[in-house]
Design a protein around this ligand. Structure first.
Ligand code: FEO
Ligand code: CA
Ligand code: CA
Ligand code: CA
Length: 568
């Protein structure tokens, strides 16, 4: 038993036990409801959209998309808006008639493309609970064919040009969006993660220039795609369009208040498998964006703008003109942000951004155990990153051949549980290039292991979890942790139960379980209503038949205290 057991809990709720069933659990005194499920209409035109056979292609761009992930709320002129992304399709559910979920025709491809991307929607609280305002002028679907702009230092580079876009400054759609972020000027950031799987080649022996081939290798672009888009949409066929993959892997900015606005891809934030974008202001008003690259042995990044943000002022360039850094963690608990420049990488400025991974290797960053969400604290000058797990740690190098022996914040070989690293910037200023770090928690299982796999001292029989992934820190400083891990509840994972959401105290390290999801799901995406009395949480790819007893449907739920008090 740890010292923490004797101190009073920070939390006003009674933590819940691990669960293994097919529904959602919250503490006593709390209640939850489903706000929106994939396939639910955003416009009355799509009323009656029938998902039972995977849903028709008609109106598939007018319903809430699949696999809800990073989300943010916005208040605008008395309206409450949610912007939320849709990571990837559940092909066996969305295309039940297709063999193994591989599209059989162009309509199948179009349907998958429509069910992904981003939704913006207006929500309202009524006496019967939260509801989506159907036909609100703010409602919008952005999908894999929505026109976008490419801006920043790499825009217009030869590696971004295609036959359809000889300027290299426009692109269609955003894909495999994972986490999210929010700017101080009220826009939504959505982050392109595992984009590689969307590309394939109709010609297995197609050859590429050495630069393109090196990039394909490092980013995992292969002749075989996951979704079979290239069979019916040549844009995704790399033998015909070798530069198309360079137009994905960016952070995309969307103005949720203007449904006619064109989404913008910011090349200044680098191209990698972006998890989320945690935006902070430096002491002098420069913009700081922390970003993880979620792959085994890849890196943690930070962008610092040259320009300064002033409320109501011009924000042009604040996400593009600046310096991209890679994190280097030293074993003595210090760390530094190494700038990715021609001097540190031997690469030119545009290629540093297009092949940020290669630049980070050249600059000598620290290989990480899959950086998922970064969260910064509104009350303390500190930031946290979920390092979800890494079976390859100490086992084999990353895709760039970088050494992945155990190191300071990634101390366990074949790491199956994950940990959360925390850093405090020098002078309490996120623009500073040096920091001190520690591990906020190492997940584990003290009922099965007595070595490092037992986990850190703040892990106990009552709060077991693995694979921290989503994370947000609320306005009181509570660290909310969501998991995307093994939910077998057996062996190494005995007592962990289903994926879940926990609340952590940043000072004492106390961690308690707040919510559990249905079996098979990942819990991802978290935001609050304007009055902070409702918490919106995403349930992605549930198993079984949640939430209605029929086809399982990824959904957003709203969690409230029954007495309408503040959540947490
Ligand atoms: Fe889409 Fe890294 O989670
Ligand atoms: Ca994630
Ligand atoms: Ca994950
Ligand atoms: Ca996921």
């Amino acid at each position: 038993t740890s010292a923490h057991a004797q101190t009073a809990s920070r939390f006003a709720f009674t933590p819940i036990a691990a669960q293994t069933d097919g529904t959602v659990h919250v503490p006593e005194g709390y209640e939850w409801q489903v706000l929106m499920r994939w396939g639910d209409p955003l416009f009355s035109e799509a009323d009656g959209y029938d998902i039972t056979d995977g849903g028709p292609v008609e109106n598939s761009d007018k319903v809430f998309g699949e696999n809800t992930d990073g989300m943010e709320t916005f208040s605008f002129q008395g309206h409450q808006l949610i912007a939320i992304n849709h990571e990837y399709p559940n092909r066996k559910i969305n295309l039940p008639a297709a063999q193994e979920g591989v599209p059989a025709n162009a309509d199948d491809v179009r349907k998958l493309q429509n069910l992904q991307g981003v939704t913006v929607m207006e929500i309202a609280e009524t006496p019967d609970g939260w509801t989506v305002v159907k036909d609100s002028p703010f409602n919008r679907r952005i999908h894999h064919n929505t026109p976008m702009k490419i801006v920043g230092p790499a825009a217009g580079h030869d590696l971004l040009k295609t036959e359809a876009d000889p300027t290299g400054t426009t692109s269609l759609g955003t894909m495999n969006n994972c986490g999210s972020g929010k700017t101080p000027w009220g826009t939504y950031l959505t982050c392109e993660e595992n984009f590689n799987g969307y590309f394939g080649s109709s010609n297995e022996s197609a050859t590429y220039t050495p630069k393109v081939a090196d990039g394909f290798k490092r980013y995992g672009i292969k002749a075989e795609s996951w979704n079979g888009y290239e069979l019916f949409d040549p844009r995704f066929d790399t033998s015909k369009n070798p530069n198309e993959p360079h137009r994905v892997g960016w952070v995309v900015e969307i103005d949720p208040t203007d449904p006619n606005s064109t989404p913008v891809k910011h090349t200044g934030l680098g191209r990698f498998k972006h998890e989320n974008a945690a935006v902070e202001l430096a002491k002098d008003g420069r913009i700081v964006v922390y970003m993880g690259d979620d792959e085994r042995g890849e890196y943690l990044y930070k962008f610092v703008s040259n320009g300064v943000y002033t409320p109501g002022g011009d924000t042009e360039g604040l996400l593009d003109d600046g310096t991209l850094y890679v994190a280097k963690f030293n074993d003595d608990m210090s760390g530094e942000w190494v700038p990715l420049t021609p001097e540190t990488t031997g690469m030119d400025e545009a290629e540093i951004l297009i092949f940020a991974r290669i630049a980070a290797s050249e600059a000598g960053g620290t290989t990480m155990d899959r950086p998922e969400w970064v969260a910064t604290s509104p009350v303390l000058a500190e930031a946290y990153c979920c390092l979800t797990n890494n079976k390859n740690r100490g086992v084999k190098p990353n895709a760039g051949g970088d050494d992945t022996s155990v190191n300071g914040p990634n101390p366990r070989e074949a790491n199956k549980y994950g940990q959360i690293v925390r850093w405090r910037p020098a002078n309490q200023d996120h623009a500073e290039t040096s920091f001190q770090w520690d591990l906020y928690v190492m997940a584990g299982n003290p009922t099965v292991h007595s070595d490092a796999y037992a986990g850190s001292e703040n892990v106990n029989e009552g709060n077991l979890f693995n694979s921290p992934d989503g994370m947000m820190i609320d306005s009181t400083g509570v660290v909310w942790i969501q998991t995307d891990g093994n939910d077998d509840n057996e062996g190494d994972f005995a007592g962990h139960g289903n994926n879940q959401m926990l609340a952590g105290d940043p000072i004492t390290g106390e961690i308690v379980r707040f919510m559990t999801g249905p079996n098979g799901c990942e819990v991802t995406g978290l935001t609050w209503s304007a009055d902070r009395r409702t918490m919106f949480v995403g349930i992605q790819h549930p198993g079984g038949s949640w939430p209605d007893g029929g086809t399982p449907r990824s959904s957003i739920i709203a969690i409230k205290r029954k007495d309408n008090g503040l959540v947490g």
